[in-house]
Every structure is written in C-alpha cells, then in structure tokens.
Design a protein around this ligand. Structure first.
Ligand code: C2E
Ligand code: MG
Ligand code: MG
Ligand code: MG
Length: 281
C-alpha cells in the first residue's frame, strides 16, 4: 500500500514539476555548500543627497557561483529564508559590512558614509538577534551610528511589540532602521507611528511610475509628506532617470538611490565615486 501510494505520488508530478523540485534540491545543496565556502560577495550601491553627493551605500549580496557566475539575490534569498541558510549568510553579510565600516571609521571622508544592510524577517526574529548584532559591533569595531538595518513590512505580520522591542534595544546603541520597499506590504499607519525608524524607502515600483501614472505620483508624494510629518528620513529607490529625480526632488525628497547614480558596485568603485565627488567640488 505504501509502495503504491509512493508510486502514485511520483506519477502525480509532471516532468516540469519534477525538474523544478530537483533543481530546487540541487540549489539547496549548492547554497549550503556556498555558505560554508563563503562564495559570496557584497556590492555597494551609492545613496546620494540632492546635491548628488554620496552619503552612504546599500550593501547587496551576490553569489559567485563557480559554474553559473554571478547569481542575483532574487534567485537564492527566498530559498535561503526557507531553509534557514539566511542565518549564516546574513551573519556573513553583516560582519563583512561592519568590518568595512570599521576600516573606514576614522577616515574623514569614508567614515561618514552610512552603510545599509538588508535584514530578512527570519534573521530579525531570531531569538538572539540583538545580542548577535551587539557582538558583531563589538568584534568588528564598527561605529553603530553609521550602520542602518533595512527591514521590510513583512516583519509586522508577526509581533509588532516584539519588533519594537528589538529595534529599541539596537537604537540605544546608535543603529538606525530603514523600512524597505515601503508601500508594497502590509503597512499600517498606526504601526509606522510606533516603530522607531530613521528612514522610509519609497519602493521602486512607485518611483518608476511617477511620471506616467497619477496614482504612483500621488503615492510617492504622500510617502514623502508622511515621512516628513513623522520626522523620518525618506529615500527614493530605483531612480533611473534625471526626470524621475527632478520630480521627486520637486516634491521634497531629500535622498535617492538608483542606476542614475550608480549600480551596485565593488567596494573600490564606490570609493572611487566618493573621491570623484570630492574632487568635483
Ligand atoms: P532591495 O533591498 O529593495 O534592494 C534594491 C534592489 O533594487 C537591488 O536589487 C538593486 O540592485 C535594485 N536597484 C537599485 N537601483 C535600481 C534601479 O535604478 N533600477 C532597477 N531596475 N533596480 C534597481 P538586488 O541587488 O538584485 O537585490 C534584490 C533584493 O534582494 C533586495 O531588494 C533585498 O530584498 C534582497 N537582498 C539583497 N542583498 C541582501 C542581503 O544581504 N540580505 C538579505 N536578507 N536580502 C538581500
Ligand atoms: Mg534594501
Ligand atoms: Mg527596496
Ligand atoms: Mg526589494
């Protein structure tokens, strides 16, 4: 009977599904191995102010696969979340970025850059998240005031009170928090008021539409106004053209991130861009 149902189960899959399942299994084995061998790389995407000056960067992870080359996060972060591999991977990203901040810490130029790190919900909900971040800060010698953690609204699906508690504990140390992809999730204005955030990131889907879709324009303007009235910083993501930047700036947006100012890049390229900005002054 068991054998029979086993066979039934297998014949239930069509070949497409089977391929998907085995591809996933392969990917999981490879990802586990990649975490062990540290086959990852952190790229940095500049964040700029209205004068175009680089004020910081967002750290974005890449998997340097020995056969497939550079794999984007959209292809492995969800799997890393599901399998729990996001915990060691997230730890590695955080440590890498904090080490970099520590190297820059006493530099008059680079020591001022704010570095943003994406934190996945599973990482954030980890029992010892606060202690873990504190230990990394201590071990690396990074300045907490230059580190910002990017969270998504999905963390609000679980306990908001718990989220506030975690954020408060780390804010006391000087860390900042940005709410990523704002407007695409389950945001409630009531939670927004309660969360100890330093910045809201306007999602690129709205930014992309500001010039052709009146509702996207209205949403972008409302987010800027909302951030303003709550005393929070705001940054537009996915700014690709000067016309988009102009629109956002005209409506009070003080900070931008997007291909217009630079793609996610290697550390030395970011350093070069920061230096070039200084020389242009
Ligand atoms: P995100 O945090 O919202 O990051 C912004 C994404 O938009 C990045 O994609 C960036 O390359 C892309 N982007 C920036 N400017 C533009 C633009 O002007 N046009 C377009 N079309 N795209 C732009 P990326 O690097 O592929 O990362 C995708 C997502 O993967 C991130 O979205 C974030 O949710 C996740 N991710 C990346 N690195 C990490 C990490 O270290 N940990 C965790 N947990 N998640 C990460
Ligand atoms: Mg982000
Ligand atoms: Mg985002
Ligand atoms: Mg995103």
């Amino acid at each position: 009977r068991a054998k029979e149902s086993g066979r039934d189960t297998i014949s239930f899959f069509d070949s497409d599904m089977q391929r998907t399942v085995s591809r996933r299994a392969t990917l999981e084995v490879e990802l586990r191995n990649a975490v062990r061998q540290e086959q990852f790389l952190v790229l940095y995407q500049p964040q700029v102010d209205v004068a175009g000056r680089v004020t910081g960067a967002e750290a974005l992870v890449r998997w340097q696969h020995p056969v497939h080359g550079m794999v984007p996060p959209s292809e492995f972060i969800p799997l890393a979340e599901e399998t729990g591999l996001i915990l060691p991977l997230g730890r590695w990203v955080m440590e890498t970025v904090m080490r970099q901040q520590a190297r820059w810490r006493h530099d008059p130029v680079f020591g001022r850059l704010d570095l943003a790190i994406n934190v996945s919900p599973r990482q954030f909900r980890q029992e010892d998240f606060v202690a873990h971040v504190q230990a990394l800060l201590h071990d690396t010698g990074a300045d907490p005031a230059r580190i910002k953690l990017e969270l998504t609204e999905s963390l609000l699906l679980h306990s908001v009170d718990r989220a506030i508690e975690i954020m408060r504990a780390l804010r006391v140390q000087g860390l900042g928090f940005a709410l990523d992809d704002f407007g695409t999730g389950y945001s409630s204005l009531n939670y927004l008021k309660r969360l100890p955030l330093s910045q809201i990131k306007i999602d690129q889907s709205f930014v992309r539409g500001v010039l052709r879709d009146p509702s996207d324009a209205a949403i972008a303007r409302s987010i800027i106004a909302l951030a303003d009235s709550l005393g929070l910083g705001v940054i537009a993501e996915g700014v690709e053209t000067e016309a988009h930047r102009r629109f956002l700036q005209d409506h009070g947006c003080p900070a931008f991130q997007g291909y217009l100012f630079g793609r996610p890049m290697a550390l030395d390229a970011l350093e070069q861009q920061v230096r070039a900005g200084l020389e242009a002054r």
